[in-house]
Design a protein around this ligand. Structure first.
Ligand code: ASP
Length: 337
């Protein structure tokens, strides 16, 4: 059987960090050596792997649209040369990057597995070793044809994943979608929910720097503070609402601002602050108004998916109506229609 070849792309994050007088920082020098000294990665049954190291390495809090594009480009440039890709990335914004890369890679038929660690590889008890070896094996398994996050025994759809803990080893979950696989004694794939390989031609669609944002509604919100940002310059906004899509019913000022922004062309996508469940505009009077002014129902999308989907659709330069329609449609398994 042909030995599989996996490309490991190291972008930064705790997995390769070292101590500095200012706290943890990415450590570029010793990372290849750290990987080479993981016995499982040199096991005869392991696939061949090659390392691509970004410069500069980043704490993922510093990731921007440019770095998402850099990851997408690195995969696209090597797409034909490897059977799969493992992206080593900081955990803080991994859900955003995995969602962004899911959208920018069209017609994907190879696995792209994001992983990282809560404890650096150079420290005792690092979770990085297991996360890397399982990600590499999953990338070589031939079972997966989509962008995923692997962490602490679970494989998640990338555009459904969200960081759930800053201090537990199980740092990620996909509360609105089943796990794609679980790694116990063997790796069990949930074949009912895994996406099939795409049929069309693979294509990389870099994002543009689109002016978009997220507003989280909270009790006692002073809506007038948001008026200055809700202008026609803002192309799209994800509104993180209560429960099933509700905003305070004394929110007439917010509605006035949203309506104004909507009339000047801003696409407003309604998501929920709840980890689990869906938005149902009109279920309560407190959400009907949003529906009536033409806000888009973000259904059960994560904020990470909704925001990066706005970037994607605006970067395609579609007209506003098409973007509105597609925001509520399933493109990469990011929502239930
Ligand atoms: N601040 C780090 C990062 O996101 C946290 C981590 O990797 O776990 O890069």
């Amino acid at each position: 059987m042909k030995v599989k070849k996996i490309c490991i792309i190291y972008t930064g994050g705790t997995i390769g960090m070292i101590h500095s007088p200012n706290g943890y920082v990415p450590g570029p020098e010793s990372f290849r050596h750290n990987l080479e000294s993981i016995p499982d990665l040199n096991h005869p049954d392991a696939p061949i792997w090659e390392l691509v190291q970004f410069a500069p390495l980043l704490d993922s809090s510093d990731m921007t649209v440019q770095e998402w594009n850099k990851i997408g480009q690195a995969i696209a440039d090597r797409y034909e040369d490897y059977d799969g890709f493992v992206i080593l990335h900081g955990t803080d914004t991994m859900g955003y990057s995995a969602s962004a890369v899911s959208f920018m890679l069209e017609n994907l038929s190879k696995p792209v597995i994001f992983t990282g660690a809560q404890i650096p590889l150079c420290e005792l008890r690092s979770d990085g070793k297991d996360n890397i070896i399982n990600s590499v094996l999953i990338a070589a398994s031939g079972e997966v044809h989509e962008v995923c996050v692997y962490f602490n025994g679970v494989l998640l759809r990338g555009c459904r994943s969200t960081k759930r803990s800053s201090d537990q080893l199980l740092a990620f979950d996909s509360p609105n979608f089943p796990h794609l696989a679980e790694a116990g004694i063997s790796i069990q794939y949930n074949r009912n929910v895994l996406l099939p390989p795409a049929e069309g031609e693979f294509r990389f669609r870099p994002f543009k720097e689109v002016p978009v944002g997220v507003i989280k509604v909270f009790p006692g919100i002073q809506f007038e503070l948001f008026e200055s940002i809700m202008t026609d310059k803002l192309k799209g906004v994800v509104l993180e609402t209560f429960g099933a899509g509700n905003i305070p019913s004394n929110g007439s000022y917010l509605l006035h601002i949203i309506e104004k922004a909507y009339r000047s062309g801003t696409i407003i996508t309604v998501c929920s602050q709840c980890m689990q469940g869906t938005v149902t505009l009109g279920q309560y009077a407190t959400s009907k108004a949003l529906h009536d002014i033409g806000a888009v129902n973000g259904k059960d999308m994560t904020t990470e998916a909704a925001l990066t989907k706005l970037y994607y659709l605006f970067s395609l330069e579609l007209d506003k109506d098409a973007i509105k329609t597609l925001m509520s449609r399933n493109l990469r398994g990011e929502l239930n229609e």
